[in-house]
Write a new protein. Sequence first.
Length: 275
Amino acid sequence: MMQPTDSQDSFRLMPCQDGSLTIHSALHDQCFHSSAGALLESQYIYLELGLKAYLTAEASTMKTDDDASVKTIDSSIKTLDPKQKISVLEIGFGSGINALLCALEFLQQRTSSEKTASDAEALQMPEQFYFESIELYPIPEEIWSQLDYASLLANEHFSREEIQAIFEKIHRAPWNERYEISPGFFLHKRHEDILTFEPAAQYQVVFFDAFSPDCQPMLWSKEVFSKIKSAMLPGAIMTTYSSKGFVKQNLRELGFDVLRKPGPGQKRHVLQIRL
């Protein structure tokens, strides 16, 4: 499967406090995750505050409104009924850890919901999951193949070997086309720049995981956030690790509801942004 080859970045692995590895970018002189931990950061900011927060809110809404409206998005996804499909946009594919966590959550929740359909506390995981991610500088196989997230994530639901197989499938999936990682979970990795990206779909969850505002302030501009806002459905949630003052100001001026949340590890705050 064809992979992008025109990356102008180089990478090296760095250990984190939670036992996981992150990646250092020579081009931006920054790591992909905080030193507290790649897994810790991704699980809390993007899985808990992003995906699970949206699904929990959606489940609550469905209990009081059985006639939830159907939203229209691009022709390839057609209609987006929250009971059947969810669409996530990620800014910064990076190590692929967010895609992996979402795939595992999808598989676990779908299996659990089939076994415990009457469990009122179960997340309302849809039947199909569309994960779309943008990355200008994909990491090479000699780097991602050393990221042993599978050993840290192995549990009663998935063995290390099962998780590693999904992780490798995510990275080996072709770029610039939709690919089914597992039944119902679709990945679309876009090799392009967020500054020129024109989103065609509408999303319920957005992971904003670009390099820091200090490093790339143009990515945190009102122009970029406005572009993303136009592709978000009402009630959508966006999360990010940065709580910089000008980032919050840009978001609020665009009409977002910006909530400051406690950060993981030693990080003071992160943002949960609602439309």
